[in-house]
Design a protein around this ligand. Structure first.
Ligand SMILES: [Zn+2]
Ligand SMILES: [Zn+2]
Ligand SMILES: [Zn+2]
Length: 271
């Protein structure tokens, strides 16, 4: 640990443009950036508020807590469907009114997976989505108390999921096997074939709906892995995302070399 430097020093060196760049950070710098990030702090505040409301409206602690395991099962399935059919669908960028949303919520992350700004969802999108998916479930089980318990559970899961998603794009090799495994699977989603391994921390839905693959050699490499199908041709037909970006879609992130010259450990690092 002789090379330890306080994570809050030298923060400008780990930015690209206005965003933190996970490719330039170590684990303690990630912890610091994560725990001071406004979106995450907002989630922490909302978790506290929702938990308070769940207890405030509660008549029986057991009834209030039943939504917890239900949300733990249902929420990853909902996320899987959103990631696969909405974020990787082709229709959001084909519509003038949804193009900027699509760019913000997924295209920018696949164009440059290291940038923390676009890795975290915007709370304006994520919080209503969580509320719409989980509050009716909790409400059916235990009224307002259950609804707020369900929302709180979803917010906690989102914080955990966002942290592991950061680790998956951080230039470091996780010590825990489970973390290394999910990192490898997500790296394949970003650098090999985007039409698979949609789960970030939970790959049960991928196995259930046969979009799971273990290794690069299981599938051919997708030519849309960085642009999600929004290539130059599509950009000319549906220009809104390109106009907002100010440049044509990239075939690979800045600084990445062509796939052929990339070796496996290097690709791991590049993730
Ligand atoms: Zn990612
Ligand atoms: Zn994706
Ligand atoms: Zn990466």
């Amino acid at each position: 640990m002789s090379t330890f430097t306080a994570p809050w020093r030298n923060m400008s060196a780990i930015r690209t443009g206005r965003s933190f760049d996970l490719g330039k950070m170590n684990l303690s710098q990630l912890w610091f950036a994560y725990l001071t990030y406004p979106t995450i702090l907002l989630y922490f505040a909302l978790i506290t508020g929702a938990a308070w409301a769940a207890i405030h409206f509660s008549t029986s602690l057991w009834m209030t807590l039943i939504p917890v395991p239900v949300v733990i099962v249902v929420y990853p399935l909902a996320w899987y469907a959103i990631h696969r059919f909405i974020l990787h669908g082709r229709w959001l960028y084909r519509n003038h009114w949804t193009a900027s949303l699509w760019k913000r919520i997924h295209f920018d992350h696949h164009q440059d997976p290291h940038l923390l700004d676009v890795l975290f969802g915007s709370p304006l999108n994520t919080v209503p989505t969580m509320a719409i998916i989980t509050m009716p479930i909790g409400g059916l089980i235990a009224g307002w108390s259950g609804a707020f318990c369900a929302l709180s559970t979803a917010l906690i899961m989102t914080c955990i999921y966002e942290f592991f998603h950061c680790i998956q794009h951080l230039a470091y090799k996780p010590r825990w096997k489970w973390v290394a495994d999910i990192k490898q699977l997500h790296v394949l989603h970003h650098f090999h074939d985007e039409d698979g391994n949609y789960g970030i921390t939970n790959y049960v839905p991928d196995r259930l709906f046969s979009s799971f693959y273990r290794e690069a050699r299981d599938r051919p490499r997708s030519k849309h892995v960085f642009n999600l199908g929004y290539d130059i041709e599509e950009a000319h037909r549906y220009p809104w995302v390109m106009d907002l970006t100010g440049s044509p879609p990239k075939d690979r992130p800045d600084g990445a070399r062509p796939a052929a010259s990339r070796t496996t450990p290097d690709r791991n690092r590049a993730a």
